[in-house]
Design a protein around this ligand. Structure first.
Ligand SMILES: [Zn+2]
Length: 177
Protein backbone atom coordinates (compact mmCIF):
# COMPACT_ATOMS: atom_id res chain seq x y z
CA UNK A 1 0.00 0.00 0.00
CA UNK A 2 1.30 3.44 -0.91
CA UNK A 3 1.74 6.09 1.78
CA UNK A 4 -0.57 8.31 -0.27
CA UNK A 5 -3.52 6.39 1.18
CA UNK A 6 -2.53 7.64 4.62
CA UNK A 7 -1.77 11.13 3.35
CA UNK A 8 -5.06 11.51 1.48
CA UNK A 9 -6.99 10.19 4.45
CA UNK A 10 -5.35 12.79 6.69
CA UNK A 11 -6.07 15.50 4.10
CA UNK A 12 -9.77 14.63 4.10
CA UNK A 13 -9.81 15.20 7.84
CA UNK A 14 -7.80 18.43 7.45
CA UNK A 15 -10.12 19.78 4.72
CA UNK A 16 -13.33 18.80 6.53
CA UNK A 17 -12.98 21.66 9.02
CA UNK A 18 -10.76 23.96 6.94
CA UNK A 19 -11.38 27.56 7.94
CA UNK A 20 -8.51 29.59 6.44
CA UNK A 21 -9.55 30.37 2.84
CA UNK A 22 -8.43 34.01 2.76
CA UNK A 23 -4.90 34.02 4.13
CA UNK A 24 -2.60 36.65 2.59
CA UNK A 25 0.36 35.49 0.51
CA UNK A 26 2.86 37.35 2.69
CA UNK A 27 3.60 35.36 5.85
CA UNK A 28 2.23 36.95 9.02
CA UNK A 29 5.54 36.71 10.86
CA UNK A 30 7.49 38.05 7.83
CA UNK A 31 9.83 35.17 8.48
CA UNK A 32 11.60 32.50 6.48
CA UNK A 33 12.78 29.43 8.36
CA UNK A 34 15.60 27.42 6.81
CA UNK A 35 16.02 24.02 8.38
CA UNK A 36 16.81 20.38 7.71
CA UNK A 37 14.46 18.07 5.85
CA UNK A 38 14.74 15.54 8.71
CA UNK A 39 11.26 14.21 9.52
CA UNK A 40 11.80 14.97 13.23
CA UNK A 41 12.47 18.64 12.58
CA UNK A 42 9.21 20.24 11.50
CA UNK A 43 8.89 23.95 12.36
CA UNK A 44 5.09 23.63 12.36
CA UNK A 45 5.46 21.51 15.49
CA UNK A 46 8.60 22.99 17.03
CA UNK A 47 7.54 26.65 16.76
CA UNK A 48 3.78 26.20 16.54
CA UNK A 49 3.80 27.64 13.01
CA UNK A 50 0.24 28.00 11.74
CA UNK A 51 -0.88 28.26 8.12
CA UNK A 52 0.17 31.63 6.73
CA UNK A 53 2.75 32.31 9.48
CA UNK A 54 6.10 31.69 7.81
CA UNK A 55 7.90 30.46 4.70
CA UNK A 56 9.79 27.23 5.36
CA UNK A 57 12.71 26.06 3.25
CA UNK A 58 14.20 22.66 4.00
CA UNK A 59 17.21 20.83 2.62
CA UNK A 60 19.94 18.45 3.80
CA UNK A 61 21.25 19.92 7.04
CA UNK A 62 19.34 23.19 6.67
CA UNK A 63 22.46 24.72 5.11
CA UNK A 64 22.83 27.89 3.06
CA UNK A 65 23.54 26.65 -0.47
CA UNK A 66 23.65 28.57 -3.78
CA UNK A 67 20.03 27.42 -4.36
CA UNK A 68 18.98 28.82 -0.95
CA UNK A 69 20.73 32.12 -1.69
CA UNK A 70 18.71 32.38 -4.92
CA UNK A 71 15.46 31.60 -3.08
CA UNK A 72 16.14 34.22 -0.40
CA UNK A 73 17.08 36.82 -3.04
CA UNK A 74 13.90 36.16 -5.03
CA UNK A 75 11.68 36.07 -1.93
CA UNK A 76 13.03 39.31 -0.49
CA UNK A 77 12.60 41.00 -3.87
CA UNK A 78 8.98 39.86 -4.13
CA UNK A 79 8.20 40.83 -0.53
CA UNK A 80 9.67 44.31 -1.06
CA UNK A 81 7.62 44.71 -4.26
CA UNK A 82 4.41 43.63 -2.54
CA UNK A 83 5.09 46.07 0.27
CA UNK A 84 5.33 48.94 -2.22
CA UNK A 85 9.06 48.86 -2.92
CA UNK A 86 10.03 49.53 0.69
CA UNK A 87 12.22 46.85 2.18
CA UNK A 88 9.97 45.65 4.96
CA UNK A 89 10.89 43.67 8.01
CA UNK A 90 12.19 40.34 6.86
CA UNK A 91 13.68 37.73 9.12
CA UNK A 92 15.55 34.56 8.33
CA UNK A 93 15.84 31.86 10.97
CA UNK A 94 18.53 29.24 10.42
CA UNK A 95 17.92 26.08 12.39
CA UNK A 96 20.15 23.01 12.53
CA UNK A 97 19.56 20.04 14.81
CA UNK A 98 21.27 17.34 16.85
CA UNK A 99 21.71 13.86 15.30
CA UNK A 100 21.67 15.43 11.82
CA UNK A 101 22.42 13.20 8.82
CA UNK A 102 24.59 16.01 7.44
CA UNK A 103 27.08 15.19 10.21
CA UNK A 104 27.73 11.92 8.35
CA UNK A 105 28.58 13.93 5.24
CA UNK A 106 31.67 15.11 7.12
CA UNK A 107 33.18 11.62 6.77
CA UNK A 108 35.64 11.82 3.83
CA UNK A 109 35.02 8.14 2.96
CA UNK A 110 31.29 8.76 2.67
CA UNK A 111 31.91 11.94 0.68
CA UNK A 112 34.06 10.02 -1.79
CA UNK A 113 31.66 7.07 -2.07
CA UNK A 114 28.74 9.43 -2.67
CA UNK A 115 30.66 11.43 -5.25
CA UNK A 116 31.69 8.28 -7.10
CA UNK A 117 28.22 6.74 -7.03
CA UNK A 118 26.14 9.83 -7.81
CA UNK A 119 28.44 12.69 -8.80
CA UNK A 120 27.01 14.69 -5.89
CA UNK A 121 29.48 16.68 -3.78
CA UNK A 122 28.18 17.20 -0.24
CA UNK A 123 31.36 18.71 1.21
CA UNK A 124 29.82 22.19 1.41
CA UNK A 125 26.78 20.99 3.41
CA UNK A 126 28.66 18.65 5.76
CA UNK A 127 28.41 19.55 9.44
CA UNK A 128 31.14 18.83 12.00
CA UNK A 129 30.19 21.55 14.47
CA UNK A 130 26.70 23.09 14.43
CA UNK A 131 27.71 26.44 15.90
CA UNK A 132 30.54 26.77 13.38
CA UNK A 133 28.26 25.79 10.47
CA UNK A 134 25.61 28.31 11.53
CA UNK A 135 28.20 31.10 11.63
CA UNK A 136 29.56 29.95 8.26
CA UNK A 137 26.04 30.10 6.79
CA UNK A 138 25.55 33.67 8.03
CA UNK A 139 28.85 34.54 6.32
CA UNK A 140 27.66 32.87 3.09
CA UNK A 141 24.57 35.11 3.18
CA UNK A 142 26.60 38.19 4.05
CA UNK A 143 28.94 37.50 1.12
CA UNK A 144 26.10 36.99 -1.37
CA UNK A 145 25.56 40.34 -3.14
CA UNK A 146 22.05 39.31 -4.21
CA UNK A 147 20.87 38.97 -0.59
CA UNK A 148 19.80 42.33 0.87
CA UNK A 149 21.71 43.48 3.95
CA UNK A 150 18.54 44.49 5.84
CA UNK A 151 17.51 40.85 6.33
CA UNK A 152 17.69 39.96 10.02
CA UNK A 153 19.28 36.55 10.55
CA UNK A 154 19.34 34.34 13.63
CA UNK A 155 20.63 30.83 14.29
CA UNK A 156 19.29 27.97 16.42
CA UNK A 157 20.04 24.36 17.23
CA UNK A 158 17.09 22.05 17.85
CA UNK A 159 17.57 19.11 20.20
CA UNK A 160 15.67 16.13 18.76
CA UNK A 161 15.73 14.29 22.11
CA UNK A 162 14.27 17.06 24.25
CA UNK A 163 12.31 19.22 21.82
CA UNK A 164 14.24 22.30 22.96
CA UNK A 165 15.70 25.05 20.80
CA UNK A 166 18.93 26.84 21.73
CA UNK A 167 19.74 30.26 20.35
CA UNK A 168 23.28 30.39 18.95
CA UNK A 169 23.12 33.58 16.89
CA UNK A 170 20.99 36.45 18.15
CA UNK A 171 18.91 38.22 15.48
CA UNK A 172 20.80 40.93 13.66
CA UNK A 173 20.81 42.47 10.19
CA UNK A 174 23.31 41.04 7.70
CA UNK A 175 24.60 44.55 7.06
CA UNK A 176 23.61 46.79 9.99
CA UNK A 177 22.78 50.34 8.84
ZN1 LIG B 1 19.32 17.00 9.57
Amino acid sequence: MSSTTTLLDRNHRFASDFASPDLPILPKLRTVILTCGDARVDPAHIFGIELGDAVVIRNNGGRVTPAVVEEIAALSFIVAQMEGGEPGPFELVLMQHTQCGAERFADPNLQNALREATGVDVSSVAITDHEMSLREDVERLRNAPEVPGYIVVSGFIYDVQHGTVREIITPSALAPQ
